[in-house]
Design a protein around this ligand. Structure first.
Ligand SMILES: Cc1cc2nc3c(=O)[nH]c(=O)nc-3n(C[C@H](O)[C@H](O)[C@H](O)COP(=O)(O)OP(=O)(O)OC[C@H]3O[C@@H](n4cnc5c(N)ncnc54)[C@H](O)[C@@H]3O)c2cc1C
Length: 99
């Protein structure tokens, strides 16, 4: 394993993998991902796969939309399925403020 690197991303969950992916996509080469168990062994392993673009903050909603589109990008460049099922969802507002 390398002993020196420009960037060390610690944790191979969805966030760490995304950081590493986007760094390399931006042209960074001297980067390394350090995972103490195996990729996605943490919270990411347990995620139910629910995602949507409904958010009170338009910037977060935009980021969520980008993330959903990213799976198509990953499937295209890797030639592998992410196993993603876009099942849709239902969000209920139980107060006028939430509406
Ligand atoms: C039951 C459950 C259901 C969920 N459902 C959803 C859902 O439907 N939709 C949604 O968007 N989110 C969901 N989430 C939330 C989502 O899973 C987390 O927000 C997300 O996975 C966090 O990713 P992460 O990369 O930050 O953390 P993690 O996936 O936990 O990754 C952290 C990684 O760091 C590693 N690590 C920790 N310390 C070190 C160290 N010192 N050295 C090296 N490696 C280290 C761990 O082994 C782990 O692999 C759910 C979470 C749970 C628990």
């Amino acid at each position: 394993m390398k002993s020196h690197t420009r960037v060390a991303v610690i944790g191979g969950g969805v966030v760490g993998c995304s950081v590493l992916y986007h760094l390399t996509k931006a042209g960074w080469k001297d980067v390394v991902l350090i995972e103490r168990e195996q990729l996605t062994a943490g919270s990411t392993w347990h995620a139910a796969g629910g995602f949507h673009t409904l958010n009170g903050d338009p910037n977060v909603a935009k980021l969520q939309g980008y993330t959903i589109g990213l799976y198509d990008e990953l499937e295209k460049i890797s030639g592998q399925s992410c196993g993603l099922h876009r099942s849709g969802g239902l969000l209920l507002a139980d107060t006028p403020a939430r509406m």
